[in-house]
Design a protein around this ligand. Structure first.
Ligand code: FES
Ligand code: FES
Length: 184
């Protein structure tokens, strides 16, 4: 059997990757794990259900959303910009890695146990917080909004409560994410 290949070029965590010649039909999770050595995105169910495998897809208009890489072909991302869990931490002037606010909140709240689901939750919470920066919500809409943002992600260890508490805590202590009233 002859495998047909096609080049792919994209931006991952601010860095251009490619052109790389890869098999047509290859799923993005395999491309990330096997071709660019980004193993933080996790293959869970492989069927689009658990959301452990999501990456953040950045749009030209500044918005972002999650995309499941176990059911999305790598070539769908050709020419696009994405972020994976490896792209969240920053390096300080001492050369030390500093977790993102979401990552720090999850650690402060002991949100995860085995951590297999955590990259997906980090990406979900990051997309949620970035969305609130663009469109703040009222305080009484927050609980439902957190549930909606995180609800697709499956965790088999923790019961979700500490993930949710971490996100709530981060939203409430980050200026500008909550409006005083429903109408602004
Ligand atoms: S591994 Fe992709 S949704 Fe479960
Ligand atoms: S911490 Fe183990 S699956 Fe979520």
């Amino acid at each position: 059997m002859k495998i047909t290949t096609r080049p792919i070029t994209l931006t991952i965590n601010g860095k251009k990757q490619g052109p790389l010649d890869i098999a047509e039909g290859m799923m993005m999770i395999d491309f990330l794990n096997e071709y660019v050595n980004l193993t933080g995105s996790r293959l869970g169910c492989g069927q689009g259900v658990c959301h452990a495998c999501v990456v953040i897809e950045d749009q030209p208009d500044g918005s972002s959303h999650e995309t499941r890489t176990c059911i999305t072909g790598a070539h769908y991302f050709d020419g696009k910009a994405i972020r994976t869990v490896e792209g969240h931490a920053t390096i300080n002037d001492k050369g030390e890695e500093v977790p993102s606010p979401v990552q720090q909140a999850f650690m402060d709240h002991y949100s995860f146990q085995c951590g297999y689901c955590t990259p997906g939750f980090v990406n979900a919470a990051t997309v949620f917080i970035e969305g609130l920066k663009r469109n703040p919500i009222a305080r009484d809409e927050l609980e439902e909004a957190i549930l909606k943002a995180m609800n697709n992600h499956i965790c088999r260890c923790t019961g979700y409560v500490r993930y949710y508490e971490a996100v709530r805590d981060l939203v409430l202590k980050t200026p500008g994410l909550i409006r005083e009233t429903k109408n602004g």
